[in-house]
Design a protein around this ligand. Structure first.
Ligand SMILES: Cc1ncc(COP(=O)(O)O)c(C=O)c1O
Length: 455
């Protein structure tokens, strides 16, 4: 009989105790944190699903590589291993290390964009948008229409609207568009993948107009595996081959190695353009460091070189995608509204549908995230009205799964807690803001439960 259980393809060699706070203490801690989970100390969290970025567990091979790290300022062999690992997967001529993804974005946009330019993307991640706008350009999101409906099923909901892209180029002219970007998987759109067909079509449009295509590659391995699972013609290909094909259509990429680099810090910028690479390295020296370390220690370069290859291992990807889907499917089948289908790195709860009695002005996403903490010590993050203000079109709660950190029983516990909160959803109240910063208010805002329920 074939075995159907998908197991974690690793065993545990070193453990980190999680105590969390007692359920009786959680209310007091949350109140002291102004009902903002960013302000709760991490020791008081039992299961931390705030982010999948920089939170991965490193493997024995990565730790061994860390010991090999050569900390020479210039010409370190750790850089050579880092560059070779990246070139063998991504295939780009120039590899520029950075301390994390947003540093790669800042350098890319500073060199390529000027005031009045437009940068289309399926959906810009918030640091990508901010860096693009900081360089004076407009960050334009062009997701397919299906991406805007949380409950709508689509195998490649991260795709770019190619007709929209062609129309934007037609309307503004290629001169105003220094590059087009594709974010794989599409984090802000629910961790949804982009198909190879879509990547190819976007490239064709770019090529026709002489516009370079860059990929925001943070979750490239997860995207490659979704292509294998869902796109005709790829079932027999290895994730590595699929990744090579993805990047063969691009002129460069930005990468946060804190995701599919399986590292706790790091990133890089790649390009095939010699002139751009020179300008990028000049800028790199100004703020990040010499081009053979770019703000990273030699040991970080080593950990990333190994991690990128581990992220492409088929058994790992099978477990990774199955584990996220297990969470999504088990709560979805009980009626809990989520962004469908389950994404690669996270499950997104639709807080407006979960708590229809709480209007967006009373932050249903914050209310739901706080309730998950009170019920089971789980930390998640609101992506909605607190984060985006009046621009928010949805109120979501993201449960991001750190790589190789939690086991099946942890995920089962999360399912149980969500279902308990779902059962008593009508008693949950909204919140009002007591204090907020001028920018990025969600990080530091202090709130209080709304006095009146608007039922
Ligand atoms: C799609 C995407 N792009 C860029 C970044 C920025 O990377 P970093 O946090 O390493 O600066 C992130 C981080 O979450 C991301 O998800």
């Amino acid at each position: 009989m074939p075995v159907r259980t998908i197991i974690e393809p690793f065993r545990i060699k070193s453990v980190e105790p999680i105590y969390g706070a007692l359920s009786t203490e959680r209310r007091r801690l949350l109140e002291a944190a102004g009902y903002n989970l960013f302000l709760v100390p991490s020791e008081a969290i039992l299961i931390d699903l705030l982010t999948d970025s920089g939170t991965a567990a490193m493997s024995t091979d990565q730790w061994a590589a860390v010991m090999r790290g050569d900390e020479s300022y210039a010409g370190s062999p750790s850089f050579t291993r880092f560059r070779d690992a990246i070139q063998s997967i991504f295939g780009f001529r120039h590899v520029i290390p950075t301390h994390q993804g947003r540093a790669a974005e800042r350098i890319l946009f500073s060199v390529m964009c000027k005031k009045g330019d437009i940068v289309p993307n399926n959906t810009h991640f918030d640091t990508t948008r901010a860096n693009c706008e900081y360089a004076g350009a407009e960050a334009l999101d062009l997701p397919i229409p299906e991406a805007k409906e949380p409950s709508r099923m689509h195998p490649f909901k991260g795709n770019m609207d190619t007709a929209g892209l062609a129309e934007v180029i037609e309307r503004h002219g290629a001169k105003k568009i220094p590059l087009v970007m594709l974010t794989i998987t599409n984090n802000s759109g629910g961790g949804q993948p982009v198909s190879m067909e879509n990547i190819r079509s976007v490239k064709e449009i770019c090529k026709k107009h002489g516009i370079p295509l860059y990929i925001d590659a943070c979750r490239f391995a997860e995207n490659a595996y979704f292509i294998k699972l869902r796109e005709p013609g790829y079932a027999d290909k290895r994730p590595r081959e699929i990744a090579r094909e993805i990047f063969s259509h691009a002129d460069g990429c930005t990468m946060s190695a804190k995701k599919d680099g399986m590292a706790n810090i790091g990133g890089f910028l790649c390009t095939n353009d010699d002139l751009l690479a020179q300008q990028e390295k000049d800028l790199l020296i100004l703020t990040e460091g010499f081009p053979t370390y770019g703000g990273l220690a030699g040991r970080d370069l080593e950990a990333i070189a190994v991690g990128l290859n581990e992220a492409l291992e088929e058994e790992y990807l099978k477990y990774r995608i199955a584990s996220t889907a297990f969470l999504g499917n088990h709560i979805g089948s009980e009626g809990v509204p989520i962004v469908q289908p389950p994404g690669g790195h996270a499950i997104y709860l639709d807080a407006r549908a979960f708590l229809p009695h709480i209007p967006p002005s009373q932050f249903p996403g914050v209310a739901l995230a706080n309730e998950l903490y009170l019920e089971g010590g789980i930390r998640s993050v609101e992506i909605g009205t607190l984060m985006f203000g009046e621009h928010a079109t949805m109120d979501l709660v993201r449960l991001a799964i750190p790589r190789r950190v939690y086991t099946q029983s942890h995920i089962e516990y999360v399912v149980e807690v969500i279902l308990e909160v779902w059962r008593r959803r009508e008693q949950i109240r909204g919140y009002a803001i007591l204090h907020q910063a001028k920018f990025l208010r969600h990080f530091t805002a202090r709130l209080q439960p709304s006095p009146l329920n608007t039922l």
